[in-house]
Ligand binder design. Sequence first.
Ligand code: SAM
Length: 190
Amino acid sequence: MSSTNRTAIRNDNDYYVTPLHTVADFFAVFRLLEPKFCLSEAQILDPSAGGDRTTPMPYPSYLSSIGNCTVSTLDIRMDSRAAIKKDYLQWESPGKFDAVFTNPPFSVAIAFIQKALSEVRPGGYVGMLLRLNFLGSLKRKSFWLAHMPKWIIVHARRPSFIKGGNDSVEYAHIVWQKGLIPAHSRLVII
Ligand SMILES: C[S@@+](CC[C@H](N)C(=O)[O-])C[C@H]1O[C@@H](n2cnc3c(N)ncnc32)[C@H](O)[C@@H]1O
């Protein structure tokens, strides 16, 4: 999800590339926060994996560097590097995953989170890169109250989604653990 979505210039299918350092920073902290979760052996889904002819898929690229985890990749764009070219919201999952991680398309982010939560095993994780102000708005209040995340991991080093420019909005990786609905989320600033 990128704040560039708020402008008149909107990429097709909400395609914005997450910087690799943002993905690496997130996973480094996630592994410290959740030491019992064996990320390097996990079955993982990236349902909006991105990538294109010249650009790798950021989350799968990072995950492929850390061990034996299996990453299933899906994206709606035919020029994506994902193995499955489908609309995630229409896709039938073949089974449960240990975790789902991605930067979802802004316009359908809530639907992505809900579907991802339905596709991880009990105790599994869903981690999504979202704008911090996504936590606000009356429209989303009932969603947040019913789906309180476990972790809100704020990136003090802002990801820049605009080539050569800077994005003025703050981002966090928001992490849910299936079956856990805490009264309050835990905030981490990295
Ligand atoms: C914000 S970009 C992020 C891409 C990649 N995850 C990254 O971090 O660079 C969102 C991605 O979602 C894909 N997308 C949009 N709608 C989708 C849908 N309904 N199902 C699957 N992928 C979708 C876009 O093609 C795009 O690659």
